[in-house]
Ligand binder design. Structure first.
Ligand code: NAP
Length: 271
């Protein structure tokens, strides 16, 4: 049954969304909705519009200052909490106050748990392992279903694994066709770390002739090609918009797919 939000039928249900398995039994939708700079009523409206358009994965952070609006939009969407994958992030300046920070996030988001809690950036070398242990403890107490990192290098991930024998479920890093690096992608895959890309548009030239040619061939926009390219690589992508039409179009990326040759041409933009 399609989900009904505010009397309208959503474009996609959770079951129809491609997902990637994480540790345990969690599954993360490959398409998420970014919320950096989507604050106040505009942030609330954007998240509600995103849920209406079919996104079932929302990315926020303590630092974004919009957890209250995100939580309110999720509540008022009428969707079940368990049908939404919710990520928030710990700022590294909260070293020593990790638990209070997560509790504040849960309170603002009006939920008992998040699906993914990330360290937003690597803390200082001395802080990294203790902070990671705090995330693991929160996961063991079911305050978050999974834990991961953001803006980590592969060697920084290896340090966490070596110290704790626990692998981050996800590393969220800046990613786009022009940043494509086969070896970095493979290094994450080899360790069982899901690669999640941020700033897919800001890090892209949407007027690049390769993207415009492929977009024209599928009768879609270059932005949609960029998103589909992530998904076909099984890289999680979290476009942000506060513009209702863009929110809708950015979610409309499941009616076409890219050929192997098109994927190679886009990969080559990474040099
Ligand atoms: N972990 C980290 O350190 C980190 C860092 C950066 C971002 N992130 C996460 O990743 C999310 C996405 O990254 P981002 O917000 O930096 O950048 P982005 O999603 O690449 O780009 C957002 C910008 O693109 C515009 N846009 C949206 N859809 C478009 C379309 N179809 N065509 C052309 N322009 C379009 C938006 O404008 P309008 O809003 O005006 O429509 C906005 O200006 C963030 O919101 C955040 O959740 C994480």
């Amino acid at each position: 049954m399609p989900a009904v939000i505010r009397g309208r039928t959503a474009a996609m249900t959770t079951a129809e969304q491609p997902t990637v398995p994480l540790a345990g039994d969690a599954r993360m939708p490959l398409l998420g909705f970014g919320t950096w700079l989507a604050t106040g009523e505009a942030g609330y409206d954007a998240v509600l519009a995103a849920l209406d358009a079919g996104y079932r994965h929302i990315d926020t952070a303590t630092m974004y200052g919009n957890e209250r609006e995100v939580g309110r939009a999720i509540k008022e969407s009428g969707l079940r909490r368990e049908d939404i994958f919710l990520t928030t992030k710990l700022p590294p300046d909260r070293v020593g106050r990790e638990r209070q920070t997560l509790e504040a996030s849960l309170s603002a988001l009006d939920t008992d748990y998040v699906d993914l809690w990330l360290i937003h950036w690597p803390p200082s070398a001395a802080g990294s392992i203790p902070v990671w242990r705090e995330l693991l403890a929160a996961r063991d107490e079911n305050l978050t279903r999974t834990v991961g990192v953001s803006n980590y290098s592969v060697s920084q991930i290896d340090e966490l694994i070596q110290a704790t024998e626990e692998t981050p479920a996800v590393n969220q890093i800046r990613w786009s066709p022009s940043l494509y690096d086969r070896r970095t992608h493979a290094a994450h895959r080899d360790r069982g770390v899901v690669l999640e890309g941020y700033s897919p548009f800001k890090a892209s030239d949407l007027s690049d002739p390769v993207l415009t040619r492929i977009a024209a061939a599928h009768d879609v926009s270059p932005a949609q090609v960029v998103l589909r390219w992530h998904i076909d690589h099984e890289i999680v992508v979290i476009p942000k918009s506060v513009t209702p039409e863009r929110i809708r179009v950015n979610a409309d990326v499941f009616r076409f797919s890219l050929t192997a040759e098109e994927m190679r041409d886009i990969d080559a933009l990474g040099g």
